[in-house]
Design a protein around this ligand. Structure first.
Ligand code: NAP
Length: 327
């Protein structure tokens, strides 16, 4: 007869970096009550991924089975003016993580972006398409990916696009803030992409992790985004429609414009941010979830919990496009 201890599995130890970001927080929420995982979530203050001694110390103390790097610098316009901010967080940090993870035989899961592409393929990009970043942010993400590929064979790079969540700077919160304070809004109808909720990305990361834990050796680069291509205008329309179920918004006019007519954007942005996700489906069996249902859920939660008021009184989601991650 087998003893109980033979059935007992040690939880898998995961170390999350950038744990106060959109995806970091979503991952922490998702894993909080999961007995199969033991999670150490480190904010930038607790572990700056660009500081060798901090990374070495944390990994030696925690001895994680996997590191999930949710840290990054995403503000595309400031990146043009201060490239070192982007390259530090998006190239140097991932390079250091890859080196130290390699020394300790720890696989690394890393997040990257559709901004590694030039955005010319309206129907979307596969993992086999050539990278051709248009600006500093995209280049820094591409350089970070390359560092990981060169140094650490046991890696997963997950490129995602158009993130939204109930925290941080993102298009959803920015749109809601504008819609409550302005009567007229504009949105680009020539930028295509697939909005993706941070919670959905967390689900995908955990589904990948579960399969790695069970022995899948499917290292490499993958794409994930929410199902259904739209434009920034289409996404704005959906956000306003969802919010109108809960309040009378101040905005009465949403105008589709060309991205050329948007106020000062220092960085050139891809016209198409569409990512094709069939490699993830064929390898891990992970399907795209419709972003519309994620949007409905998040907007409902924001209103019902009062967190929209809290987020906006803290100024979250406010500001110009300059301050909004990838918006
Ligand atoms: N946001 C998007 O639309 C989008 C789209 C595609 C891909 N991605 C990628 O997805 C990942 C996560 O994005 P996100 O939207 O969740 O980002 P986020 O909300 O901006 O969070 C990033 C977190 O990383 C932290 N951080 C920055 N530099 C760091 C450093 N040197 N060491 C440790 N932590 C550091 C930030 O801390 P501070 O706030 O204190 O700086 C922040 O908590 C990034 O790799 C990003 O490039 C994002």
């Amino acid at each position: 007869m087998q003893s109980v201890s033979q059935f007992y599995m040690e939880p898998t130890r995961i170390l999350i970096t950038g744990a106060e970001g959109q995806i970091g927080q979503a991952l922490v929420r998702l894993t909080r009550n999961d007995p199969h995982f033991s999670v150490t979530a480190l904010s930038r203050r607790q572990m700056d991924i660009t500081r060798r001694e901090k990374v070495s110390e944390a990994l030696a103390a925690e001895l994680p089975d996997y590191v999930v790097n949710c840290a990054g610098f995403n503000r595309v316009d400031p990146a043009e003016r201060n490239p070192q901010w982007a390259y530090e967080a998006n190239q140097k940090g991932p390079a250091l993580l890859a080196e130290i993870c390699g020394d300790m035989s720890i696989p690394l899961l890393h997040l990257s972006s559709d901004y590694v592409f030039d955005g010319h393929y309206a129907s979307g990009y596969t993992e086999a398409d050539d990278a051709a970043p248009l600006g500093i942010y995209g280049d820094s993400k591409w350089q970070g990916e390359e560092q990981i590929r060169q140094q650490l064979p046991r890696h997963i790079i997950l490129r995602v696009s158009w993130l939204f969540s109930d925290s941080g700077s993102n298009f959803l919160l920015k749109t809601l803030q504008q819609a409550r304070s302005e009567t007229r809004m504009v949105a680009a109808d020539d930028r295509r992409g697939c909005p993706t909720s941070a919670d959905d990305v967390a689900r995908v990361l955990m589904a990948i992790l579960q399969q790695l834990v069970n022995g899948a050796e499917a290292w490499g680069t993958y794409h994930y985004c929410g199902a259904e291509i739209t434009t920034r205008y289409g996404f704005s329309e959906a956000i306003l429609a969802a919010a109108r179920q809960y309040e009378q918004l101040k905005v009465s006019e949403l105008v589709p414009v060309s991205s050329k007519d948007l106020p000062d954007e220092a960085a050139e942005r891809p016209a198409s941010s569409v990512l094709k996700c069939s490699k993830l489906l064929n390898t891990f069996g992970i399907r795209q979830r419709p972003w519309r249902s994620e949007l409905q859920r998040l907007v409902r939660e924001l209103y019902e919990s009062g967190r929209l008021e809290q987020a906006q009184s803290r100024g979250v989601g406010a500001g110009d496009a300059d301050q909004v991650a990838e918006a």
